[in-house]
Design a protein around this ligand. Structure first.
Ligand code: ZN
Ligand code: ZN
Length: 95
């Protein structure tokens, strides 16, 4: 378990995000550890072109209007949300 550099939640599973997309020459560039929802959101909101032009640091990502709204929301979400869903399914099966 790790800490997400974008939303700051701890004990989350993180993935490696290339601050300069690999497609734009960032294969060996700077990376950030992001939780899965944050990472997915970045790539859903922006194209690699946009990321490469203006969102190449965690600070720039955090300060972007669209992403900052998402961060405010995700911060309130428990890191163990997925695990809780699994548990409730187990309970149903036992009945
Ligand atoms: Zn995150
Ligand atoms: Zn990425």
């Amino acid at each position: 378990m790790n800490c997400c550099e974008l939303c700051g939640r701890t004990e989350v599973e993180t993935t490696v995000h290339h601050l300069l997309p690999k497609e734009m020459g960032g294969t060996f560039g700077v990376t950030a550890n992001l939780c899965i929802p944050c990472h997915k959101q970045i790539h859903a909101l922006y194209t690699n072109q946009e990321i490469a032009t203006r969102l190449t640091t965690v600070k720039e990502l955090r300060e972007d209007e669209k992403l900052s709204k998402f961060i405010k929301w995700i911060r309130k979400q428990p890191a163990s949300k997925i695990m809780k869903i699994k548990k409730s399914n187990e309970r149903k099966r036992r009945k």
